[in-house]
Ligand binder design. Structure first.
Ligand code: SAM
Length: 286
């Protein structure tokens, strides 16, 4: 299988002090990733919000077993695309889980610089990061992916429908979507049978923003659309996915928004799952 390697040349392994200094220079990171020498990308003194410490683990606890299940139990032999990878925590997790190849893409150069530092430190050959707008994903250039991670990005897009078409064009089987849902409780809970999108104009951010680990890519006002649950499933169907499941939060200790319905994870599959491997479909609010 072709690997579309564009990675930086292998550098001399950094000493502990050099790695620590490099991490501190690029902090804060949005994902807490374990690095050699017992170091982590989580730097408490640079952190601006608790989510930087909890984001990765909470989503892994909530969704990773179901994602693996949808992939047939293992990532061995699979090509994984991590869209909007940020500093690369989920890409690293997929690469460590044995994927054949993982490509993480993000539009923001600073996050890709963080991800490439992580790649250099963890020294995984099956992992690559590239600065890329998801709208520029191209099957002939980037190949097809057995698993696409689409975490924390759907509700940020100015063109969600077109974006999902681009993603579908490079997705051969499983798509995992983690997204904020519309913050209008009555719509989330009572009117969920109708697909709806809530338009929001979000203000420009500067380097002082508390959420700088996720918002650095939009220095100007941006127009975003938060879906309700039905809009997500409807869009996934429209984009070519057949078997769509919204995960119920089954474990304790997740981010509160998974329990109150403001944040949800969907797994969509293009090929029908084998009968013995099928999960019960869980559609609707938790
Ligand atoms: C809320 S963060 C999500 C990060 C990570 N996927 C997660 O769930 O923790 C949103 C990310 O989307 C990236 N992004 C925004 N628009 C993008 C686009 N058009 N193409 C690729 N990445 C994009 C941002 O740079 C940012 O890293």
């Amino acid at each position: 299988m072709k690997h579309f390697q564009t990675s930086i040349p292998r550098a001399r392994r950094k000493s502990k002090a050099e790695l620590q200094a490099a991490v501190e220079r690029l902090a804060p990171f949005h994902h807490a990733i374990d690095l050699p020498y017992g170091l982590s990308t989580y730097v408490p003194t640079a952190s601006r919000q608790n989510r930087e410490r909890t984001r990765m683990q909470t989503l892994l606890d909530h969704a990773w077993p179901s994602i693996l299940d949808a992939c047939g139990g293992s990532l061995a032999g699979k090509r994984v695309l991590d869209v909007a990878c940020n500093c690369g925590g989920f890409s690293v997790h997929a690469a460590r889980a044995g994927a054949d190849y993982v490509l993480g893409i993000d539009i923001e150069p600073h996050y890709i610089e963080q991800a490439n530092l992580v790649k250099e430190a963890v020294d995984l050959d099956n992992l690559d990061f590239q600065r890329l707008d998801l709208m520029d994903l191209d099957r002939s250039e980037h190949g097809m992916f057995d698993l696409v991670l689409f975490f924390g990005i759907l509700y940020h897009l100015e063109n969600p429908v077109l974006s999902l078409k681009r993603i579908s064009a490079v997705a051969s089987n499983v798509l995992a979507v983690d997204t904020t849902l519309m913050k209008v409780p009555i719509i989330n809970r009572i009117l969920d049978r109708w697909p709806m999108w809530h338009m929001r104009r979000v203000a420009a951010v500067d380097s002082n923003a508390s959420n700088i680990t996720t918002s650095r890519w939009r220095p100007e006002e941006f127009c975003q659309f938060s879906p309700n649950s039905r809009a997500v499933t409807s869009l996934l169907e429209y984009s070519g996915f057949a078997d769509i499941e919204r995960l119920k939060p089954k474990v304790s200790g997740l981010e509160k928004r998974y329990y109150n319905g403001r944040l949800a994870t969907f797994i969509a599959v293009k090929e029908q799952r084998a009968a013995g491997n099928a999960n019960p479909r869980l559609v609707g609010d938790p």
